[in-house]
Design a binder for this molecule. Structure first.
Ligand code: ADP
Length: 492
């Protein structure tokens, strides 16, 4: 199949979260399976044009009320020989400091207009290359316009046999803006309601993608169920229930070239499930040195690597007076290491906790190398997410022998199995209700197990490290979704 990925992010070119990794890893896996995959994304300011090749001639497109001229640059996805990546170069839209926003303007006010340039250009590039995809695959609200354009316009103009697939990576971000921006999207006003844009007299980009795509996917089976309920649906549950037969939950894979303790160059000592104990101890010691913690191999380290965002349960962990971290560090014999950035109040609270507690350390910022070292050096990994579409860190933790302590939600529920105190079965510690008390109690349980059932800890660790999260399985499932999209979408 010929597949065009339309995306705001793709690793290693532009990344703000797990979506970037998913788009690139899935594309590579599909390419390996023999599909003709291409990726199109914006040429943000941070992407050096010097490393790319410019395609001949400009790309002209009409996006609603205006005509836009862009340049197109291209390269090949690193690690492959034949997976082209195209970059839309449009200074006015993408010549800025940031993907979705900047420190001064966290959410660029004209985002729908910027990303409409990307989505319209995606179709124009196909004309330019004389290459018509079978599937146009969009990801999250910035590219929700791609399936809409296909359904309400382009299918009549050269894309008769193309079907659309749209992946929900996070339903919490919907791209809601004043409806005046609609004039710049390139979809006729008569479709404003039919295409699903209308949301309380605003423009909801994601909603239109959900309503107009031939097939929908999300990044874990449990999240696919949760988003059809009022609790997890972010008021999209109605539309998703109606389209449930078009919705598939496919668990993301892990890039095991990067996340594999047996060949991870960032670690003080590489290790595998055959030698976890020695490997973990060396990495633990290194982590304790790095964070100036007491060097003690008997005390368990709890690691946290996260965006400091409400979704991740940061209020329950770090909320002043409310959060349970102070209790964890004072009532339990543990060390805690946090890597994260995000909400300013939370960054401040992390600094305050560090001053108060000798066994609590935080590094505020984004640091890829440190995230590997924390996974390798920790004994437990805490991720009490309010909701979690897939979550990568718990999978990394399993593979690195750091037992996950997680809330039973979304991808966390699909990847971590509950510890059984009698038999030692399971791969981690789960709780259901998100409150500081239940986070504390579950951490208490994990720490109690560490001190009292060390054999169980060792078998769980080994079990976790043997898990398979390869992308090949996910790529096969996506190929099935593409087939279904073609049968229900194109020409129907
Ligand atoms: P989300 O995409 O919601 O942030 P995921 O768990 O799916 O959550 O993916 C987050 C990715 O970003 C993981 O690869 C994680 O290691 C990485 N990450 C998050 N915060 C940081 C940080 N401060 N430093 C380094 N890596 C981080």
């Amino acid at each position: 199949m010929k597949i065009l990925m339309v995306t705001a992010e793709a690793a290693p070119f532009a990344k703000s979260g797990g979506l970037a990794d998913m788009v690139s890893a899935l594309s590579i896996a599909l390419r390996k399976a023999g599909h003709d995959v291409r990726i199109v994304l914006p040429r943000y300011y941070s992407i050096d044009r010097g490393r790319l090749t410019q395609l001949e001639g400009p790309l002209g497109l009409s996006a609603g009320q205006r005509e836009v001229w862009t340049a197109v640059y291209a390269t090949v996805m690193p690690g492959t020989e034949d997976l082209p990546v195209y970059f839309i170069d449009h200074e006015e839209s993408f010549g800025r400091d940031g993907i979705y926003g900047s420190p001064a303007e966290p959410d660029f006010h004209d985002n729908p207009v910027r990303f409409s340039v990307l989505c319209n250009a995606a179709f124009q590039i196909c004309h330019k290359l004389n290459w018509t995809p079978d599937i146009i695959h969009g990801h999250d609200w910035p590219t929700a316009l791609a399936p809409v354009l296909l359904k309400f316009d382009r299918r009549a103009h050269g894309f008769e046999k193309t079907a659309s697939v749209f992946t929900i990576h996070n339903l919490g971000y919907q791209g809601v803006y004043p409806k005046q921006y609609y004039s710049f999207l390139g979809v006729n006003w008569e479709y404003f309601y039919d295409a699903g844009f209308e949301d309380w007299d605003h423009l909801n980009m994601l909603k239109a993608g959900l309503a107009s795509s031939d097939m929908l996917t999300t990044v874990s089976p449990a999240y696919a169920r949760e988003i059809t309920t009022p609790e997890g649906g972010f008021h999209m549950e109605g539309i998703l229930r109606r389209r449930q037969d078009r919705l598939a939950g496919i668990l993301n894979g892990v890039d095991t070239d990067i996340w594999n303790p047996a060949q991870d160059k960032h670690l003080a000592k590489k290790y595998s499930y055959k030698t976890p104990a020695e490997g973990k101890i060396v990495n633990k010691k290194t982590l304790q040195q790095l964070f100036s913690l007491e060097e003690n191999e008997t005390v368990p380290i709890i690691g946290i690597v996260t965006r400091l965002a409400d979704q991740k349960g940061i209020a329950e962990l770090f909320g002043p007076a409310y959060g349970c971290m102070y209790r964890i560090c004072t009532e339990l014999k543990v060390q805690v290491v946090v890597l994260g950035s995000g909400e300013p109040w939370c960054e401040q609270e992390l600094r305050a906790l560090e001053h108060k507690l000798p066994n609590f350390r935080a590094f505020i910022g984004y640091d890829e190398v440190l995230s590997h070292r924390i996974e390798a050096g920790s004994d437990f990994f805490l991720m009490p997410s309010r909701y979690e579409p897939c979550g990568l860190n718990q999978m990394y933790s399993l593979l690195y022998g750091s037992l996950p302590i997680v809330r039973r939600t979304g991808g966390l529920a699909d990847t971590v199995t509950q510890y059984n105190q009698e038999t030692g079965e399971g791969t981690g510690f789960l709780f259901d209700y998100l409150s500081p008390q239940s986070v504390f109690d579950t951490v208490f349980w994990a720490v109690w197990t560490w001190y009292n059932k060390p054999k169980h800890i060792a078998v769980m660790r080994e079990r976790g490290m043997k898990q398979q999260f390869g992308w090949d399985v996910a790529a096969r499932k996506y190929a099935e979704v593409y087939e279904k999209a073609l049968s229900v979408g194109a020409g129907h």
